[in-house]
Design a binder for this molecule. Structure first.
Ligand code: FAD
Length: 396
């Protein structure tokens, strides 16, 4: 049996990017992916920041469009329009994005085993053995180290004693036909997407994605939203089956083990405010690649030696994830009337305009703006009137 340096389980964006980085550092890598083909549909809207596109040299060919504005609707339909001069984000074709990252990895020498589902990972002093089911047959891959990059639902990390993600929500999404729609729309409200939000995101000229994340099973809420958007004439028809996916809101308690690292959505490296996981996953894939490169070179692959991966990614994202999670819990406590009231205050005091001019307002980094809002006089006064635990978010 061939002994690879690293087996990456999961050929999503994070697994493929990590494999690409490791191959570029001279390591032999195989990606084990359960899907039959790379370009299969993915339950994801594919919005990533301009910062992400630039940092990871995302190929223009996978970008549907750039985004510099969004229309956010309160539960009763009040509107806040957000617009900046420069593009803030891009919408990527998620299936093509996966293929492009996998092709880049292949060109650097990474091997792909498609249609191969990893069922078990065995770690011992000599290396790692991954048991794989492929077309009814069981096979094995062996390596010096392994990476779990399996996204949301796999139990592989839990089986190795690394625990489960601390909190999560479920999402649903469908592709729809539109009569030509230019702007991203976001909908808030307990009847629309309980304790999270819903979206209508234009992709190609006459197509869009409608979806939502929610604390309650999302399917029936999505069907209601589709029928409301049809009635409003915003969409022409729903074109495909609804797809479902989960999003972790808190990281795994431990993301490393002897000879093994967990990365991306499998590790819970996701923005708790929006559920976006592509950029944080790619950032952590870079950190994982650097850690593994050092460990492979010095043959020091013990958990103790790989612990620096967790320290490094927590240094980069830990504080951001904590503040954003608290902001999420705060938002979840608001009822529809309170959200509407906050919209009124934001508009009447032009807080939206002030925020748009504030450099702390970033597509990816929400901690700074959350702390700024806590200190905002008008909002902290409002929170007292509405009896909201707003300012307590800044503590600890
Ligand atoms: C409705 C919805 C909308 C979203 N919208 C956005 C968005 O707009 N922007 C954003 O940044 N994020 C978004 N996300 C989150 C985003 O999809 C994930 O964070 C991102 O896909 C994480 O990439 P990943 O490579 O870690 O995992 P994944 O993309 O899930 O890839 C994991 C791969 O591992 C494979 N796999 C799993 N188990 C096994 C196994 N046992 N053996 C072999 N292969 C296996 C899977 O088939 C998959 O290909 C959304 C999520 C949902 C649910």
């Amino acid at each position: 049996m061939k002994l690879y340096d690293v087996i990456v389980v999961g050929g999503g964006p994070v697994g493929s990017h990590l494999a690409y980085r490791l191959a570029g550092m001279g390591h032999s890598v195989v990606v084990v992916e359960q899907k039959e083909r790379q370009g299969e549909a993915v339950c994801c809207t594919g919005i990533i920041s301009q910062e992400c596109v630039n940092s990871f040299a995302i190929d223009e060919s996978v970008i549907f469009r750039q985004v510099n504005s969004a229309r956010v609707f309160s539960p009763s339909g009040k509107l806040i329009g957000l617009r900046r001069q420069q593009p803030q984000a891009c919408i990527v074709d998620r299936a093509a994005f996966n293929t492009a990252l996998a092709n880049r990895a292949r060109e650097s020498g990474v091997e792909y085993a498609l249609n191969s589902r990893a069922g078990n990972i065995e770690v011992n002093n000599a290396g790692v053995r991954v048991e794989v089911a492929c077309q009814g047959e069981t096979g094995f891959f062996a390596a010096r180290a392994a990476v779990i990059a399996t996204g949301f639902s796999s139990k592989l990390a839990e089986k190795l004693g690394l625990g489960k993600v601390g909190d999560f929500v479920m999402g649903a999404q469908v592709e729809v036909a539109t009569n030509g729609l230019d702007e991203v729309e976001v909908y808030l409200g307990r009847q629309i997407a309980p304790r999270f939000f819903a979206w209508l995101v234009p992709t190609s000229p006459k197509k869009a994605l409608v979806g939502l994340l929610s604390r309650h099973p999302p399917g029936s809420y999505l069907r209601q939203l589709i029928s409301s958007l049809l009635t409003q004439g915003k969409i022409a028809s729903a074109q495909a089956e609804i797809s479902y996916g989960g999003v972790p809101l808190k990281p795994l308690s431990k993301t490393y083990h002897d000879r093994l690292i967990v990365v991306g959505t499998a590790a819970g490296q996701v923005k708790p405010t929006t559920g976006g996981g592509i950029y944080y996953g790619l950032l952590c894939a870079d950190i994982a690649a650097n850690t593994l490169h050092r460990a492979l070179k010095t043959n020091s692959l013990s958990a103790r030696s790989l612990a620096s991966y967790e320290r490094d990614w927590e240094r980069k994202l830990g504080q951001e994830l904590k503040i954003s999670y608290r902001a999420r819990k705060f938002y979840e406590r608001l009822n529809d009337t309170q959200i509407d009231r906050i919209f009124d205050i934001i508009k009447s005091q032009s807080i939206d305009e002030a925020l748009l001019k504030d450099d702390a307002l970033s597509f990816d980094w929400h901690g700074g703006i959350v702390l700024r809002l806590i200190k905002h006089q008008v909002l902290s006064r409002t929170s007292k009137v509405l009896k909201l635990p707003f300012s307590s978010m800044g503590n600890g």
